[in-house]
Design a protein around this ligand. Sequence first.
Ligand code: MG
Length: 305
Amino acid sequence: MAPPRHILELSQKEQRQFIDSFDMVISDCDGVVWMLVGWIPGTGAAVNALKSAGKQIKFVSNNSFRTDEQYMAKFKHIGANNVHDDDVVHPVKTIVRYLKKHRPGQRVYSLMSLEANETLRKQGIDFESLQVKEHLTAASLVDHLSIDKPVGAVLFDIHLDMSYVELAKAIRHLQQNEDCQLIAGGSDVIMPLAENLNVAGFFDFLEHVKRYTQREATFLGKPSPILGEMFAEMFEITDPKRCIFIGDTLVQDVQFGKSCGYQSLLVLSGCLTKEDMFNAPVDAQPDYYADSLADFTQLLQNIQE
Ligand SMILES: [Mg+2]
């Protein structure tokens, strides 16, 4: 496999061939379109330029701790036009889709953010969650862990307020009901929070639940193949090679894109450097790379000349 090439270092003819090689862009959000905290210059203009060039553009994130309204406010802030709720996919949406298909009408326990729970509520999912703010004693912990009704699934996702009692209750539900399914969204190892600030992700919290329940999780975030199957259905993808996946990580983005049969592009605006990319095993490297999504604006200008 040839090493990845920077899209602005392709010849003008190659830049045109590259643009003509895809109809749909599926882009990660954090680290590509914006930072978790902060912005990336020129990304809104790039989204608009890709649309003007006739490309469909969809967005996917492993972060459900924003509501649709908050996602739309961010797209508005960067000046990206005509982005709608349905253009954005994140774990709680795929979890709802999965539950409606595989566990219709069942009550679930949510170990997810308030924003994700709001989406469950709007979608008519019967769910239980714990938000315990008081000081806990062993006795009050016992009270919180009592189970009134069994649930069909425990939903795990990035949840910045996650607490011991919530984790303990999730474990109780899974231990009490053999048929209770563990479903996971965002559970990355590292969470790039802001420029030069990468913190531990939620991976080990999920491992904790798995360890005490001997249960495997059904993953519905990137890089789960189930998510790829959902994209094919939701976005009516018939020829995956005509899609390009853009992301800022190798595992969640580039590998995911490759496993779906899409072309792949790594941007260096998120958590990885060019050295990280070239030091990775050859089959983990993307087809292309760019400094930022904003490079597409330049590329589209280049091929107009
Ligand atoms: Mg990212």
